[in-house]
Write a protein that binds this ligand. Structure first.
Ligand code: HEM
Length: 563
């Protein structure tokens, strides 16, 4: 009791003395704070300025990365990369920097490009480094990873494990009839245009592959191919074709492009986020896909197994459904409804854009290299003799080869390989981040540095591929050293992050390319804008490749008559 009183007295005393101290001092304090404010401001400013200038000096002269060549400005800021990004031409700038500075180039204080074989092999295959945190910029929400954008290894492994059954060789083979039905719609649609073209009066010079008429019979082949790859992903992954080819118009490709561009911009300029307004169209479109499937499932006991069903099977209603709530990012097995939405978006983008881009680039290359086009046709005609006996008058005479017989076609496969060499989807490079101090290409690369494998440059290295590296030469693949294929060619990435859709994409490209080239003669329009841009996936900037078209038999008959 005494102690309590004592303690209380002590508290009363100390409290009184403290309050008197404050009341006594406060007037002095009020005066002094104004006196000291400018000094305080100067001190804070000096600390920041010192830190700022120290960082610049450290990055320019002291950091182990300071010995790596690159634009002077890039040694202390990444702003040059940020400024180039909105134009979608960063890949071209990186390429020119390699030409200027060599194999290892510094493009930011902690951002290094590598184009030599050993370094790229180490970055993609041997080291298994995680993706850079910046990949989160392509997610719908920063805290919710997807398979492509995962940086956490456990999360990535779990998510890949649950999705892999939908991409096994056996399962992909079972999807062939669905792919064929979408490609059939494509060639039927193009055929209906070629019939129009027969009726119209424009002239086509079939020997020079030129087409100079603005008549309605020209088609935007790039758009049709994009529609077809989206129909295929809709049919195979989500259970319904979007019928884009059939209707010949759909906002989806443009809306996806705009949304991806918005995400890149928000990530590049986070302080301007409020100016990049989100269009709810994509979310609403995807939400309809999910609702339709749930409705279909309520009428059947045996739901179809595809990507959408795998996502729904792993739905966890207890996981947060709002992107603002915290999330356990190490759990890649279960998904909230928000995560399912974004994973679907990812498959729509990854599963259609890269394939469509590769197919259109292959066709462009073939149209500008008629002798290669002829070689492909000869190969198709010798494998499928029915191609030589077709009549263009019969509608059901369109050529649609089975995948099994395309697998061994040397020239067709070489064309796909050569296109992916010259125009890999990851034009700007594949980025990873070091998790510890690491030696790459004899340079000490500190922990947390972005290291990028410059695929575009490696795929065009004269030392590896020869003097004709910039030429389209499918023949180079016939007797290529297998070591070059395995170590210097990464169109689908490598290691644990290898493209999950590789088997699917190859089947799709073989079928579509052979069906297009086997059925039609395309005629290039003058003055096409063929500039490539890359935001997340690459595309033609104009979103257009306008061509004239006729059925192949007919164009051959014309050649004979003209002769
Ligand atoms: C010609 C067609 C394609 C090309 C050139 C291509 C290229 C690539 C590349 C280079 C990567 C690795 C990126 C990295 O390591 O950072 C990748 C990953 C991925 N691709 Fe593809 N891709 C194609 C088609 C597809 C298709 C058809 C799908 C789906 C149906 C798909 C889905 C994915 C996914 C989900 C990833 C992330 C895999 C992971 O991180 O584990 N891709 N792709």
């Amino acid at each position: 009791m005494d102690r309590m009183v004592l303690n209380y007295r002590y508290f009363a005393f100390s409290h009184r003395s403290l309050s008197s101290f404050f009341s006594f001092e406060s007037s002095i304090y009020d005066v002094s704070i104004f006196n000291f404010l400018p000094a305080l401001f100067v001190i804070i400013l000096t600390i920041f300025a010192t830190k700022f200038f120290y960082n610049i000096i450290y990055n320019m002269y002291i950091s182990p990365l300071s010995k790596i060549p690159g634009p002077r400005f890039s040694s202390f800021t990444e702003i040059l990369v940020s400024l180039k990004r909105p134009q979608g031409r960063v890949f071209e700038w990186f390429y020119s920097l390699h030409l200027k500075y060599g194999s290892v180039v510094r493009v930011g204080p902690k951002f290094i490009l590598f184009d030599d074989l050993e370094a790229v092999k180490f970055i993609l295959k041997d080291s298994d480094m995680p993706k850079t945190p910046s990949v989160a910029g392509i997610r719908a929400h920063y805290s919710l990873p997807t398979l492509f954008s995962a940086t956490d290894k456990t999360f990535h492994r779990q998510r890949k494990r649950i999705l892999s059954p939908a991409f096994s060789i056996k399962y992909v083979a079972s999807l062939e009839p669905l792919v064929q039905s979408c490609v059939k719609s494509l060639i039927n649609k193009i055929d209906s245009h070629s019939k129009l073209s027969r009726k119209s009066s424009h002239s086509i010079n079939s020997t020079s592959n030129q087409f100079n008429d603005d008549s309605t019979s020209s088609i935007n082949l790039y758009q049709l191919i994009q529609f077809c790859t989206l129909d295929i992903i809709g049919e195979t992954a989500f259970g319904n074709s979007f019928n884009m080819v059939e209707n010949e118009s759909h906002p989806l490709p443009m809306k996806i492009f705009e949304e991806m561009k918005r995400r890149v911009m928000c990530h590049t300029f986070p302080y301007l986020k409020m100016f990049f307004k989100k269009d709810p169209w994509c979310d609403e479109f995807i939400s309809k896909i999910v609702k339709n499937r749930l409705k279909q499932n309520s009428h059947t006991t045996k739901p179809r197994i595809d990507i959408l069903q795998i996502l729904l099977n792993n739905y966890d209603p207890l996981k947060q459904s709002s992107p603002t709530a915290p999330v356990n990012i190490t759990d890649g097995r279960t998904m909230s409804d928000f995560e399912i939405q974004d994973q679907i978006m990812e498959f729509l983008v990854a599963g259609s854009d890269s394939s469509a881009f590769t197919i259109i680039m292959a066709i462009i290359m073939l149209l500008y290299h008629p002798e290669k086009l002829r070689n492909l046709r000869l190969e198709l005609e010798s494998t499928f003799p029915e191609l030589q006996n077709r009549s263009c008058e019969q509608d059901d005479d369109l050529f649609l080869p089975p995948h099994e017989s395309l697998k061994s076609l040397k020239y067709l496969n070489a064309i796909i390989d050569e296109t992916l060499r010259l125009f890999p989807a990851a034009l700007g490079g594949i980025m990873r981040q070091t998790t510890e101090d690491t030696i790459i290409s004899n340079h000490l690369i500190p922990k947390d540095t972005i290291v990028s494998a410059s695929l575009w440059k490696l795929h065009r290295s004269k030392q590896i591929w020869g003097q004709d590296v910039d030429e389209f030469v499918p023949e180079r693949w016939f007797d290529l050293d297998p070591k070059i294929r395995s170590d210097a060619y990464y169109p689908f990435g490598n290691g644990s992050r290898l493209c999950i859709g590789i088997n699917f994409a190859i089947m799709e490209m073989r079928i579509m390319l052979s069906a297009l080239i086997g059925n039609f003669e395309f005629f290039v329009k003058d003055g096409m804008d063929l500039q490539i841009v890359q935001f997340i996936t690459p595309s033609l900037r104009s979103k257009k490749f306008d061509v004239g078209v006729t059925r192949l038999r007919e164009s051959k008959n014309n050649d004979v008559n003209n002769a």
